[in-house]
Design a protein around this ligand. Sequence first.
Ligand code: BF8
Ligand code: SF4
Length: 633
Amino acid sequence: MATKTLDKASQFLVNRAEEMGISIGLDRLEAQMPQCGFGQLGSCCRMCYMGPCRIDPFGEGATTGVCGASVDTIVCRNLLREEIGGASSHVGHARHVVLSFKKMLEGKASGYKITDRDKLMEVADGLGIKADGKSDKEIASEVVDKALEDLSRQDDEPMNWIKLRAPKKEIDMWRELGILVSNAHNEIEEGMHRTSMGNDADPTNLLLACLRIGLVDGYAGLHMATDFQDIMFGTPKPRMIEANMGVLEKDKVNIAMHGHNPVLSEKILEWAGKLENEAKEAGAKGINVVGVCCTGNELTMRRGVPMAGHNLQSELILLTGAVDAMVVDMQCIWPSTTKIAECFDTKIITTESFVKMPGATHIAFEAEHADDAAKKVVKMAVEAFKARKGKEVSIPKEKSVGLIGFSVEAILDVLKKVNPSDPLKPVIDNIVNGNIYGAVGFAGCPSIKLRDTSMTEIMTKELLKNNVLIVTTGCTAHICAQAGFMDTAATNKYCGDGLKSVLTALGEAAGLDGPLPPVWHMGSCVDNSRIATLLGALANKLDVKISQLPVAGSAPELVQEKAISIGTWLLALGLLVHIAPSPRILGSSLATKVLTQDLEKLTGGKAYVELDPIKAAAGMMDHIAQKRAALGI
Ligand code: BF8
Ligand code: SF4
């Protein structure tokens, strides 16, 4: 049984799993040990049936695959395929949102609307769409066409979303490097083609292709998804929320929304409100929608829905016995959930045709019939509650509070209260005087291999102490919220004096009683776009490249291919990207050297692998110090 010790709420449910004899991820991890060393180094190849081939990095055994592929070729091909997996997820997500929006404009999906007209106009203007006399719907429809062009054009014109969202200096740099991409689908196809047996064997060329896919991920995935989601559902604003599994309520119908796409979760939330009376008739005190993983982030950022748990808690939360339905759409959904749900009255409901699981109930969710499907899902949860009513549940008591909702627009609103005509000036002044020594973006997942080391929490505390402001997204945001870092009280508890004074002044300007929190929740994983927008605005203002800013990124607990594609995008943008554990590149000394050293000369970015949280924070501080020195501050 599981031997790692986790946070209190998780541990409580790990213990319950043990009592009940239910297998969870930690047990399955133990059963996998020792994991394959070749796999971890990235040095095994399964691209054809003469293999699988594997290369021992210590020089024992074969030095090439049957076809003659070197270990560098094998590692770089594998890395590119991982990245394509990640970018496909983000582009697929963005495409789904764009197509739902298009159906709405065509009158085929009446349940949706344009919620943030200002954002629509900002995006349209940035895309060069003239408003003159056109209706909002006409403008929106041209915006959709521009988005679909990024998935279909066959010339070499750079993507519309790159031109819309990337800073000019970075675009020029990518043009020079020959990595400006045009069509996301073409790039994904070419990347798969390139890595199939008998094509690209040049490791450097393969790594350049990695940068291309990074741009696909950043612009046709992350930025595009964020923009359309904000237009459809609203741009997040600051609000107080609760986090951790203690947000479940025994006497309510608990619906856990898990996955990524607000096109589904927003509808379920709406219908949970409309069907509250049915829940009451069933003997419940109401309906409690809570969020898991990135859907949790989407719902909390726009609607203040409680953040119930991160990815590693997605199966633990079911062990409470209090979840009546877990509704999922796409990505990061563990097949184990149905097995655990079977032990309770919990329904696992899948909604996408390409995401089905044995043991789950499938309710197809399409924008055209969104209301019907959402109604059905909520009614199913109410029925499940009836079966559960009166039975014992084990809800951990832990829950924390946080101030969240830091979209770029929300941040600028606060800054405008300090300096209405030049909102970024106060930030820049405080960076220059050292009150804000630098900033670090934490993104990504909770790793089952590292969670018990409190990697994210220790790094955060270390950086805050040194006046480094933290912004975060994805499941890392759940970890930070649960640790109390989004509580305004955390500022006095954890920050150095400089950062404390800035956050206090901003909090006062925002009309709060106290400071802003020291860790800013900027959204889901696709909302890493928001972090890039903020960096781009700061770099533009200073007339420097993003790579010159005293900032860094970190995926402190690497799990998903999506983190690889986001990380590569950040490398292309010129950031230091800390990662733990190491991506599967160590089998190739060439790939390791290029990504951790040589790339810096090309884009300014470099990967930095460090598993010790204190050392990792120190390494990032060093990097920030160098950037400050180079700027002469
Ligand atoms: O896209 S942080 S476990 S939920 S991959 Fe998944 Fe990782 Fe969570 Fe969101 Ni992001
Ligand atoms: Fe082996 Fe080459 Fe086939 Fe890969 S492509 S499995 S290295 S023979």
